[in-house]
Ligand binder design. Structure first.
Ligand code: SAM
Length: 322
């Protein structure tokens, strides 16, 4: 990372506080079935592990979405038009963004939004070095708390919200609808570009989330390590294992941390009991049909402008107009 590029960045910092993390973890572990929000998987280590997942042979989504974006970036850029502001939700390493930035005509600003602060700053600094005069305004926030559009030096003709990585699939469908509706009816968005993973055979889906090298397992278990470190819990990591299964009826991958034994875990003054085989759900990743997601977007108040897919129809990119 270039340290002088970091100095030039102004970070909008709205990272949720300790109390909020603690309350959400405590609530999630007290309920039945136990469930923790997927956003907490992404601390510094979680983001690094996710980057490794993106390069795994079994993990088709990143490769496939990048293939679509590289093929259709010109068309996307034409739809965005000149001098747009690009806001990216869950920007991670901003790798895919480069494909758009390379083709956009004089973009007014790029606003990466992510809950993972270190990775956000690193990615923004690296883009600063490579995209010279482009104004880059990183915002560290939970995007479910609502978007605060920052003031930019240059006026933008359009605001485009980019939401790749099939992160929309981490919402329950009714939440996804409410989330999209906020952009369809709010003032700060002219169009959205959304990466959506599609339904496919279990034989492809389950290995993607159960890789042979165990990187996804490490990513999932890192959540317990984070809770121990940041909230003073005493999870024994060896007493839990990672599992990912495709729930075909619901059309989603379910990622679990399963208790190997009957055990008690301390979180502050609270004791949380586990039965042998009891899971904590750490992520749902919904897989849509093209028609299903189009319907959701229309019900949320968008018009489907364009949809691109790969030849196997494993992944899709939607351009949604207000
Ligand atoms: C599945 S990864 C996708 C990363 C990248 N956009 C890509 O396509 O490879 C999800 C990203 O969203 C971020 N994220 C997840 N939930 C979030 C939330 N509620 N608010 C802000 N960022 C979030 C994570 O930190 C992570 O960088």
């Amino acid at each position: 990372m270039n340290p002088s590029a970091v100095d030039e960045l102004t970070l909008g910092d709205y990272l949720p506080r300790f109390e909020s993390f603690h309350a959400q973890v405590a609530n999630g572990l007290m309920r039945r079935p136990k469930m923790l929000p997927a956003k907490f998987l992404y601390d510094k280590t979680g983001s690094e592990l996710f980057e490794r997942i993106c390069g795994l042979r079994e993990y088709y989504p990143t490769r496939t979405e990048m293939g679509i974006l590289s093929r259709y970036a010109g068309e996307l850029a034409d739809l965005c038009g000149p001098q747009c502001m690009l806001i990216e939700l869950g920007s991670g390493s901003s790798t895919k963004t480069r494909m758009l930035l390379d083709r956009l005509c004089e973009p007014a600003a790029y606003v990466p939004v992510d809950i993972s602060r270190e990775q956000l700053i690193e990615a923004a600094a690296s883009l600063c070095g490579d995209y010279g005069p482009l104004e880059i305004i990183p915002v560290c926030a939970d995007y479910t708390d609502g978007l605060r559009t920052p003031a930019t030096r240059r006026a933008a003709r359009k605001t485009i919200v980019f939401f790749p990585g099939s992160t929309i699939g981490n919402f329950e469908p009714d939440e996804a609808m409410r989330f999209l509706r906020g952009y369809a009816h709010g003032g700060g968005c002219d169009a959205m570009i959304v990466g959506v993973d599609l339904r496919k055979p279990r034989s492809v889906l389950e290995p993607a989330y159960n890789d042979a090298a165990g990187v996804t397992a490490a990513f999932n278990l890192n959540l317990l390590r984070r809770i121990n470190r940041e909230l003073g819990a005493d999870f024994a990591l060896g007493r839990f294992y990672h599992r990912a299964i495709y729930n075909e009826h619901a059309g989603r991958i379910e990622m679990h941390l399963v208790s190997r034994t009957e055990q008690a875990v301390r979180l502050g003054r609270t004791r949380i009991m586990f039965e042998p085989g009891e899971p904590i759900t750490t992520e749902h990743s919904y897989k849509y049909t093209l028609a299903g997601f189009a319907n959701l977007a229309v019900c949320a108040g968008f018009e489907v402008g364009r949809v691109w897919t790969d030849p196997r129809q494993w992944f899709s990119v939607f351009y949604l107009k207000r």
